[in-house]
Each structure stands twice: as C-alpha cells, then as structure tokens.
Design a protein around this ligand. Sequence first.
Ligand code: 2P0
Length: 354
Amino acid sequence: AENKSWVLMVTAQTPTNIAVIKYWGKRDESLILPINDSISVTLDPSHLCTTTTVAVSPDFTHDRMWLNGKEISLSGGRYQNCLREIRSRASDVEDEKKGIKIAKRDWENLHLHIASYNNFPTAAGLASSAAGFACLVYSLAKLMNVKEDNSHLSAIARQGSGSACRSLYGGFVKWIMGKDDNGNDSIAVQLVDEKHWDELVILIAVVSSRQKETSSTSGMRETVETSPLVLHRAKEVVPKRVVEMEEAVKSRNFPAFARLTCSDSNQFHAVCLDTSPPIFYMNDTSHRIISCVEKWNRSEGTPQVAYTFDAGPNAVLIARNRKVAALLLQRLLFHFPPQSGADLNSYIVGDKSV
Ligand code: 2P0
C-alpha cells in the first residue's frame, strides 16, 4: 500500500439528548467538569441527529472539517482536545480488501477530513453540540480502532461539549459529575435502555429557530460567578432529585417523572434569572405553553405531560403515551395555530431512541 493512494472512512449517526435534570455550571472550564450530576433522555436518531463521516488518507495534508457543508476551523481547544485524546488511543487498523495497513504509531502523522451534518437548526437551543461532539468522537474511535467502551469515550466527548457525553448511549443516561480533578471519573452511564420506557412520546415545539443570544458556555460561566442560588441548587437540590429521578425512571412512575422534570426546568431558568445580568431563555410563548400544560395536568388530577426548556425558548414536551401525545398536539395546534409570522410554527414529534 506504500505508494498507492487510498482513503479509509467511517460514517456514524448520533441523536441528541434532552436533560430532565439539567447541567448548568462548571467547576473546571477547560476539562468541562460540571458542578452537579445530570440525567437525560436520548432521542430517536431519525429526528434530531448528527451524521458524521470521518476519512483518513496519506494524501491529506492537514486536519479539516465541514459542518453542514461549510468549512469550519478545528483550531479551537475543544476540537483539539477531542482529536488529541482519540489519537492517543488509536490502534493498528487493517483493511485487507483495500490492502491498507495503518500501524498504531502512523496515526500521529496521518490527517483527517471530517464532514458533519445536523438535520435540525444549529445552536437554537436544540442541543446540536451534544449530538455533534458525541458523533465526532464515536466515528473517530471506530476509524482508529479505539478499544475503549462508551463510558470512556464519553469522557472524551465531554471535553468537546458537556452535554455530548450523554449522547453516547440511548435510553435514559446519567452524567456523573465525578470527584477527580483530571475528569477521568466524569462520565456518562446508561440508567435504562431505549426499550425500557417506550410508551413515552417526545414532542418539540419550535418556538424560534433563531440562534440563541447567550451561549450555554458563557451563560453558565456568568451564573456560577454571580448567582447566589446556583450553589444551593447544585449542592442541596440536584443530588436529591437525581436519586428520585433514577427511581422514577426505573419504575416508570410518570407522575414523579413529570413533577421532577418540570421543577428542574423551572429551577434552571430561575437560576438563569438569578444571574447578573439576568439571562432570559424562555419567552412569552414558552410561558404560555407551560401554563397550558400545568392547567391540563391539574384538570386531569395526575400529570399527562412533562415540559422542559433548555438554553432557548423551544418547548420539549414529554407525553405519557401515544394517546396523550395526539391530544397534546391537538391542543397545541388549537392554542398556537401554525401560520406565517406566528409565534410557533413547527412541531417535531418523535419517540425516544429506538
Ligand atoms: C443540559 N444544557 O443539561 C443543559 C440544560 C442547556 C440547558 O448542557 O459549555 O452545550 O459545551 O459544556 O453542553 C448546554 O450546554 O455546554 C446544556 P458546554 P453545553 O442539557
């Protein structure tokens, strides 16, 4: 293979994840170590996901990456950290059919081309960085024959974007904050797989697909620096909620799940409001959706739908089953009829990951 030209490539697809117990605040910015554990649900890959192809060839002269068809710079620390960590774990690769042999030590001098596509709006609070970095790390690990399991890979994806570590598993996933300063124990673990609670239906109401004003990274930095509430949340509230949420998920207890999910979303936004200057991620439409769901849940006597909002105004609504999801969509279409210029004009309905 020495004087023949070749390309070896791998394509992977990774869904995004939605936190039901939120990550907000870092104790180490460069390693991306959080101040509390978080829990998320991974979506069905057919709806919100990233598809990434990674290629290696002796003809490539430097590492390059394209995001949604546009070349982007890989010089940022987050990309560099992920590439370095994966390269250092590469093994021998042999493709007999193509006559390609790459020795472990060759990876240091080979360059990569990376092409990544999101099938949803980037940076609109729909967790594009989560799917993106998880997919990047996973596809590179496959290309370079990295032997480590998903939990070890999650600690690498975490250095690309915190929430990315949770997208390496389907189902419900916990990101354990860890104790070590080096971050080796700040990893994701699967709580239950995608089949465990497959009645749940997740609906995303896209209130705005515009880019958010405050990035999560700078938002959480400002919160940690200025919010008197955030330490109370991280030390007193979240540890108890994480235990209760694990229990609710394992026993498929929807009322407990919904209560915890809604409370945690509201506390995350309260902590944003407690930041100086205050950070507003939700808007009037978001607030109207919350009122609508709260009213419905109260009128039924037991929760039918849980809501959660990330660093943007879009609502993630989790219905207890398909029947409730159909009623929910009907109510949303009645209260927020889609039309041009409307507050809310598209809905994405999907199951949890399959
Ligand atoms: C979460 N979010 O747990 C929380 C809830 C947004 C609100 O994780 O700086 O993009 O890359 O670690 O992961 C968004 O933050 O931030 C996020 P970095 P990330 O899903």
